[in-house]
Structure formats: structure tokens, C-alpha cells
Ligand binder design. Sequence first.
Ligand code: HEC
Ligand code: HEC
Ligand code: HEC
Ligand code: HEC
Ligand code: HEC
Ligand code: HEC
Ligand code: HEC
Length: 428
Amino acid sequence: MHKFARFKLRRPFQLVATFLFGILSTAGLAMLLGAALPAEAQDGQDLYLPVINKELPPAAVSDYVLLGWNDLGMHCYNRDFQDLGVLPPYNTLWAQVIKRGNPPVIMTDTVTVTYRFPDNTYSVGKSNFWTYAKQLFGVDLAPDMGLAGFGLSGDMEAKADHFVAEGIPLTEFSDSNPTVRDPYQLAELVAMDAGGKVLAQNTVVAPVSTEMRCDNCHNDGGVEGIRTGRVETNILTLHDEENADEYPAGHTGRLMDRRPVLCAECHSSNALNAPGVAGLPSLSNAMHEKHAGKVPQTTDGCYNCHPGPTTKCLRDVMSSQHGMTCVDCHGNMEKVAENRNPWLNEPRCDSCHDEPQYAQDQPLYRMSTGHGGVRCEGCHDSTHAIATSTEARDAIKFINLQGKPGTLSSCLVCHTTMPDGNGPHTAQ
Ligand code: HEC
Ligand code: HEC
Ligand code: HEC
Ligand code: HEC
Ligand code: HEC
Ligand code: HEC
Ligand code: HEC
């Protein structure tokens, strides 16, 4: 099938002016917080297809383009750290700055990029992570500071072709409504020149959720009749009953007696760069192996632990338009449990999309680069959120750039004149 078979004429699209550079304006912010997209962007199926758009981009474009995204489609952390920790608050944002031109140029040297969350400026009080961070991770963390040295706002770090803010300790609770879960938090990224002049800005989702539904089963009396009053202590009690006599040297003593416990102390986790104890299964292997047969082999089955029936972290075009499930890409629980290198050995886009023009240049999609040095995620967004996402906020940045949701496809977002040659993925 030829890709341009999908080319369609779009009806003229009226960009809502506040959306473009009105991010800081009250109207723009209200719109973002309400996650209400302009009606024009929502009706009309054609707008949701990735179409090569040869029309001019919205008028008010600057000389620079700011692409931004979260490296993963979702980050999950524990709601309560007093008993155990699986994952800490830890979102990682990436950005690329492109000087529009003919050809466009990817910038890092003379540009800085800052990030902040206008409606999420503190985490202490929304999570007890900082009370237990020393016991769990052995580090003294300043309030609202993350494990990799980034806080809730600041400068991103410049790398060879992109900017990154690693391990932002973000919670799913907005300042304006700190008791209500809101997993699609909005970051505002701003690119500036050396003199502090704003070159470009954009609004990007940092997806974050505590929705691990261990309580679906490990509630009081739920598994092996254990009732301790809390889901976490039920789990630790069960783990002690099953394994306490096998705890390795240097890690002995019932988990219940030395809370809070980091699972990755003994079970390796590449998500935390934690080596674990040799001879014990990785946390991913242990969890998927032990719970195989306990959950249905469907997306809803995975949502017992991955976020989740409410969060719906899987919101991409393949699940919404082509009916794909977690199991279609990852295999079932047994298959996931066999992963020898969890988090680093994952399904590849190009194992299904095996035409050469879709080849990844790295084993991981999130590390891969495509057209002209632009990161795959810059145009398609994160795994599990591949545009067009069903979460309206994911589309804000694409609307800001090209006046419509969906894959970044408008050549003139980056090129100042229509290039003669072919664009992304077309054979040269
Ligand atoms: C669908 C039900 C279900 C859900 C959801 C669930 N578990 Fe379990 N889990 C079980 C059952 C049943 C067992 C006991 C298995 C057995 O003994 O064969 C178990 C066992 C365990 C064990 C003990 C393993 C061992 O043998 O030492 C741990 C630890 C555990 N679960 C942690 C969790 C965590 C953490 C979550 C959430 C991220 C979770 N479980 C979610 C049903 C569930
Ligand atoms: C002190 C070390 C230690 C810690 C900390 C620890 N575990 Fe374990 N875990 C073990 C040992 C030892 C086993 C038994 C391994 C085996 O049988 O191969 C085990 C087994 C398991 C199993 C069953 C694996 C299987 O296939 O039967 C699961 C699931 C599990 N642990 C989950 C967790 C979770 C979740 C946490 C954090 C709440 C945790 N563990 C913390 C040492 C630990
Ligand atoms: C009983 C809870 C539980 C269920 C059910 C579950 N997971 Fe997980 N999963 C976890 C935990 C906990 C981790 C984090 C492990 C770590 O930190 O290394 C994880 C990590 C992963 C990872 C990343 C690590 C790796 O192995 O590459 C993948 C992929 C994954 N799960 C896929 C799935 C899929 C697909 C399903 C449904 C078929 C599923 N999971 C169901 C608990 C679960
Ligand atoms: C398990 C196989 C599989 C994997 C893995 C996979 N895809 Fe797909 N993808 C499909 C199928 C099937 C379709 C729908 C039919 C088609 O276009 O071939 C699709 C469609 C798409 C579309 C077009 C959607 C539309 O409706 O226009 C995009 C874009 C896409 N995939 C990107 C990706 C990216 C990026 C990755 C890696 C993060 C990826 N895919 C991984 C199977 C897969
Ligand atoms: C269309 C295919 C597809 C579907 C559907 C899918 N995944 Fe993935 N998943 C991937 C790919 C591809 C990666 C590896 C991304 C990379 O290389 O950066 C991945 C990575 C992951 C990871 C590792 C962390 C990360 O984001 O890279 C976890 C955990 C995970 N998936 C869980 C799930 C769960 C749970 C579901 C269902 C709710 C699911 N996936 C549905 C393709 C898919
Ligand atoms: C400059 C923006 C851009 C970059 C960078 C980019 N893509 Fe795309 N991609 C597109 C557009 C636009 C489409 C839709 C038109 C098409 O299929 O050519 C697309 C389509 C796709 C599809 C869908 C195929 C189908 O069946 O419809 C896959 C898979 C894909 N890209 C993977 C990747 C991967 C992997 C990377 C990184 C190695 C990447 N893309 C980098 C813009 C981009
Ligand atoms: C997200 C920004 C972006 C988008 C969107 C984009 N490009 Fe590019 N393009 C680049 C960059 C960056 C280069 C690398 C310039 C260089 O050679 O250093 C490039 C290079 C090219 C080149 C080779 C160099 C040149 O300028 O002749 C062609 C041809 C091209 N793009 C065509 C397209 C077409 C056609 C589209 C739309 C279908 C498109 N591009 C969309 C960023 C983009």
C-alpha cells in the first residue's frame, strides 16, 4: 500500500488564535486546563489521519519550532511510600529546537530550554515520597527535588541533538485541585536565545499516574486470607510468608519489619538502574510470572497493575483505530515474564512496520531518530500515545505547530519553502 493513498484534501482549518502563542494568556490556560479542544479540531474524521499537508502553516509562526514530549507514554509511581516502593515519581521530558529554514537546522548550542508546570508547582504534600526517599534510595533529597537532580521547573540539559529533563518528581495532582487525580499533566517548554529572548514555546503532556490496582486482589482477606489493614502490608506479609527463608545474605529480616522496602533492593529493575541480587528474578520477571493466570490476557488484564481502567495509558492511534491491545504488541504475561532485559528489550515498531523507510536506528523507539535528525517521538509522540491519541491534551502541541492534531506532517512547520525532495519515510 502506498502511503500517499491516505492523502486527502482538508477543509480549511481555522486555528483558534489563543492556542498558538497564547499559552500564557488566561484564555489559553483555561482551555488547556479544561482540555477542551476547539470544536473545529474535533469534528471531522479526516483531521485525525496523518496526512502530508502541503498547505502553509498557521500565519504567526516564528523562526523556531519547539518539539517536546515525555519519553514514555506513561510514568507510574506509588501513591504511598510508607511500606514499599515499586517506582518513584520520575517523569522525563525531551525537546528539540529547530531553526526554520531551507533546510531546517536542529539547534542546541546557542539555545536554552526551560520547563515548568503552571498548575503543578510542588509535590511535597501531594506525595510522601520525600519522607521515605532516604530509606528507599539512600539519598538526601531537597523538597520537590527528583532523583536525577531535576525539580519541577528549571533548565533542561542540552545534549548533542536534544534537551532533556530527567526524572522530574511530578505527581498526578494539580495545584488547583490537589485531591483529584489528573494523570495528563501539562508542561510548558520555552526556548530562548542567549540573551533570554523567547524563540518558541509549546505545551506538552507529562503523563503520570498512581493507578496500580493491586487492591483489586490484595485487599484485606483477598489473597491467602491476609488482613493487615493496608494493601501494601498485605503484600509484604504474603511475600514474607512465601520467601522469608530465602532472603539473601545482607538482605535478611522480614520485609514487614524493615519498612519501607524497595522491591528493587533484591529484584533488579532497569527502570531504576538497580542491579538487584544475583540469582533472583528481575522485578518484571517475578511479577509477570507470579501473576500469569491471575489476570485475563487482555488490556484490561494488564490494567490491574499498569495505569489503568481510569487512566487509560494506552491511548494511541493503533489501539483506538485498529483495535490493538497490549498483548498484540507485548505478548501475554508469560511472554513478558521471559524478558531477559526488561525495559531495554521491548517490542519494536519496525518488527511490524517492516518496510525499510520505517526502520529504527536504535533498539528502542524512544532513542531513535528519523527524518533530518528529528526524533521519532517528536513527530509521532511517545509509545502508547502515538498520534492521534484519544487524550485531547496530547494533541495541544501538534495543534500549536500545524493547526491540527495528528502526526507532525506539515512540511512547512520546519521548512520555509516547500522542499523539492521527499519527506519522512518516502523513498529518496
Ligand atoms: C488479579 C489479582 C491480583 C492483582 C491485581 C495483584 N495480585 Fe499480587 N498476587 C495475587 C495472587 C492470587 C497471589 C498469590 C499467588 C500464589 O501464591 O500463587 C499474588 C502474589 C503476590 C506476591 C507474592 C509473590 C510471592 O510468591 O512471593 C506479591 C509480592 C504480589 N502479589 C504483589 C503484587 C503487587 C505489587 C500488585 C500490584 C502492582 C499485585 N500483586 C496485584 C493476585 C493479584
Ligand atoms: C530482601 C529481598 C527481597 C525484597 C526486598 C523483595 N523480594 Fe520478592 N522475592 C525475594 C526472594 C528471595 C524471592 C524468591 C525467589 C525465588 O523463588 O526464585 C522473591 C519472590 C518474589 C516473587 C515471586 C516470584 C516467583 O516467580 O515466584 C514476587 C512476585 C516478588 N518477589 C515480588 C516482590 C515485590 C513486589 C517486592 C517489593 C514489595 C519484593 N518482591 C521485594 C526477595 C525479595
Ligand atoms: C500483577 C501486576 C502486573 C500485571 C498484571 C502486569 N504487569 Fe507489567 N509490570 C508490573 C510491574 C510491577 C512492573 C515494573 C517492573 C520494574 O520496575 O522493573 C511491570 C513492567 C512491565 C513492563 C516493562 C518491563 C519489561 O519487562 O520490559 C512491560 C513491558 C509490562 N510490564 C507489560 C505488561 C503487559 C503487556 C501486561 C498484560 C499482559 C502486564 N504487564 C501486566 C506489574 C504487572
Ligand atoms: C504488533 C505490531 C505493531 C507494532 C509493534 C507497531 N505497530 Fe503501528 N500499526 C500496526 C498495525 C496493524 C497498524 C494498522 C494498519 C497499518 O497501517 O498497517 C498500525 C498503524 C500505525 C500507524 C498509522 C495509524 C493510522 O491509522 O494512520 C502509525 C503512525 C503507527 N502504526 C506507528 C507505530 C509506531 C511509531 C510504533 C512503535 C512505537 C508502532 N506503530 C508499532 C502494527 C504495529
Ligand atoms: C502498538 C503496540 C503496543 C501496544 C498496544 C502496547 N505497547 Fe507497550 N510498548 C510498545 C513498544 C514499541 C514499546 C517500546 C518503546 C521504546 O522502544 O521506546 C513499549 C514499551 C512498554 C513498556 C516499557 C516502558 C516504555 O513505555 O517504554 C511498558 C511498561 C509497556 N510497554 C506496557 C504496555 C501495556 C501495559 C500496554 C497495554 C495497556 C501496552 N504496553 C500496549 C508497544 C506497544
Ligand atoms: C518529521 C516527522 C517524522 C519523523 C521524525 C518520523 N516520522 Fe514516522 N511518519 C511521519 C508521517 C507524516 C507519517 C504518515 C505518512 C506516512 O506514512 O509516510 C508517518 C508514518 C509512520 C508510520 C506509519 C506507517 C503506516 O503503516 O501507516 C510508522 C510506523 C512510522 N512513521 C514510524 C516512524 C519511526 C520508527 C520513526 C523514527 C525512526 C519515525 N516514524 C520518524 C512523520 C515522521
Ligand atoms: C519537524 C521538522 C520537519 C518537518 C515537519 C519536515 N522536515 Fe524535512 N527536514 C527537517 C530537518 C531538520 C532536515 C535536515 C536538514 C539538513 O539536511 O540538515 C530536513 C531535511 C529534508 C530534506 C533534505 C534537505 C532539503 O531541505 O532539501 C527534504 C527533501 C525534506 N526534509 C523534505 C520534507 C518534506 C517533503 C516534508 C513534509 C512532508 C518535511 N520535510 C517535513 C525537518 C523537518
